[in-house]
Design a protein around this ligand. Sequence first.
Ligand SMILES: [Zn+2]
Ligand SMILES: [Zn+2]
Length: 240
Amino acid sequence: MTYDWFAGLVFFGTLTATTAIGRFIAFRIPSVREMRELNDSADQPKLARRSYQEALPKNVRAAKWQALGFYVLILPFCVNLAGLPWWRFIVDVVAVLMLYDLTYYLTHRFLFHGKPLRKIHALHHQARKPTYVDSLYVHPIETLIGQGLFQLSIPAVALATGAPLNVFAMVVATQIFVNAGTLNHVWVDLPRFPFKWLQFLTTGHAAHHVDMNQGNYCQITLLFDWLFGTYEQPVVRSEP
Ligand SMILES: [Zn+2]
Ligand SMILES: [Zn+2]
């Protein structure tokens, strides 16, 4: 595999543009805007606490530097602009996300909730009723491990298939990874189409936050929780 700097640039540009366009479109929807306002007001008292003020910038800085390093040093070896049949596009996205969800499930269950890193993970679990800001209230070591697992899934799938992956497929996978980790912490009350999936995501992770003995360790789907017997029923809160 060669270093395709142009594909790396295309990845970064497309990721940035789709993030801006996605936010613009999502917050034009009145019910989504209303949910953002409700999360914002629930976040305010949390943000006034010293622990949040200290933890948030450290975590965001660690995540940004790690992502930048990955985009510059590793990703250009793993992506290119070669055309693919449509089904390969889907298979590659699903393969990267499923490999990540499995490795994250195991890490979350046995390292973050086991002896080795329980204390570090306990910071994030101070949030018993998560809202938007709690997606960032994470110890930097936990972020580096979690984000690193996703990033390693890309070269792993590229090596398994024997060729670089399509750059746009990896933008889609990255958007799903980033947004799932954020959205599963927001509080929403949108039980109908087309937002039912969002409600499912947030109430599933809310069950994990009830205390540190709960299952639902996956981040993207709850497939491995369901398979390995750690699935918890969703927790629906009537307010943030
Ligand atoms: Zn946890
Ligand atoms: Zn969480």
